[in-house]
Design a protein around this ligand. Structure first.
Ligand code: UT7
Length: 316
């Protein structure tokens, strides 16, 4: 079950108007197409592990736990501090966690959903007792700031949750998860560099319209499956916390599944697209403002590069 949440955003806020001073774009275009009004951009010393460690520390405090209580750290990220070691190990060290395993998980924007499902498998098999699941990103470092069709969409940040194993009688935590990948779609959303190809970090490239169509057309399959696996219907859902890429995609997906608009947790207006960090950031917002309560049924869902996509149903 989820016993704590935390998040961290860089102090620097960049509004759409700020971007319009630097490039040929406008607040009206960005808001109308995406719902984004502002995003947070990391300072030079705010690396992914720094943001991730802040979020993880907040989640531990929220759970009332200490470093000694955690025996698994998974960090979902596509913007690691270094090619290796894993950013999760840097978060682990920053928090003073010296037992258990720590590793990164790469499923781009779907990374947090994949990480939650992976952590749950460790907990339900008894391989771990308490997991810190982090989504942390600094996409401002890999977007092409000369490409207005992509750079206006992204922001930086981190979120984390603490998942705890339950005894057999427990009915909280991850109830079901459905994960999918299809590597044939690589060219639609990718980074044009890497250690094994160009030897450079590269920049994000996206065919926005194709991603949009795939997201609205296909992604609902994993949501339907996660509901079916758990024997739950959309009407019974309390909160829909999707990846925050585009307000239009989120609302179209919810409409298609029959999830009422008032059940959607929306943070894309304030955070932009923070890739694997967007869901844990949104979870932390909705839990701290009192929307998500113990016992609530929460659906998380995301799609990203690969394509990889997934959904998980959590009893809070
Ligand atoms: O997190 C991973 C998942 N990623 C996503 O979910 C992103 C999915 N895609 C999208 O959200 C949308 O496709 C975008 C927001 C990226 C673009 O919206 P769109 O309605 O598909 O716009 P478009 O790409 O078809 O572009 C429409 C027009 C073009 O001008 P012309 O060719 O019609 O004259 C673009 O050049 O808007 C122009 N444009 C811009 N104008 C002002 C593109 N970017 C900008 C911009 N400011 N930043």
């Amino acid at each position: 079950m989820v016993v704590g949440t935390g998040s961290s955003l860089p102090a620097r806020v960049v509004t759409n108007a700020d971007l319009a001073e630097q490039m040929d774009t406008s607040d009206a275009w960005i808001v109308q197409r995406t719902g984004i009004r502002q995003r947070h951009i990391a300072a030079a010393d705010e690396t992914t592990s720094v943001l991730g460690a802040r979020a993880a520390r907040a989640a531990l405090e929220d759970a009332g736990l200490t470093a000694d209580d955690i025996d698994l750290v998974i960090c979902a990220t596509s913007t690691p501090d270094h090619t290796f070691p894993a950013t999760a190990t840097q978060i682990q060290a920053a928090l003073g966690i010296h037992q258990g395993a720590a590793f990164d998980l790469q499923a781009v924007c779907a990374g947090f959903v994949f990480a939650v499902s992976t952590a749950d498998k460790f907990l339900t098999t008894g391989a771990a007792r308490r997991a810190l699941v982090v989504g942390a990103e600094t996409f401002s470092r890999i977007v092409d700031w000369e490409d207005r069709t992509t750079c206006v969409l992204f922001g930086d940040g981190a979120g984390a949750i603490v998942l705890e194993a339950q005894d057999e009688a427990g009915n909280r935590g991850v109830l079901s998860a459905s994960l999918r990948s299809d590597g044939r779609h690589r060219e639609k959303l990718y980074v044009d560099g890497g250690p094994g190809s160009t030897g450079t970090t590269g920049h994000l490239r996206m065919e926005g319209r194709d991603v949009f169509r795939f997201a609205v057309g296909q992604v609902t399959d994993v949501i339907v499956e996660a509901f079916a696996q758990a024997g739950v219907t959309a009407e019974e859902l309390d909160w829909f916390v999707p990846h925050q890429a585009n307000r239009r995609i989120i609302e179209a997906s919810a409409d298609k599944i029959g999830i009422a608009r008032e059940k959607i947790v929306l943070t894309v207006d304030r955070h932009g697209n923070t890739s694997a960090a967007s869901i844990p950031l949104a979870l932390d917002v909705a839990r701290r403002d009192g929307r998500i309560q113990a016992g609530d049924l929460v659906m998380i869902e995301a799609i990203g590069g690969g394509f990889s996509w997934g959904a998980a149903l959590i009893r809070w």
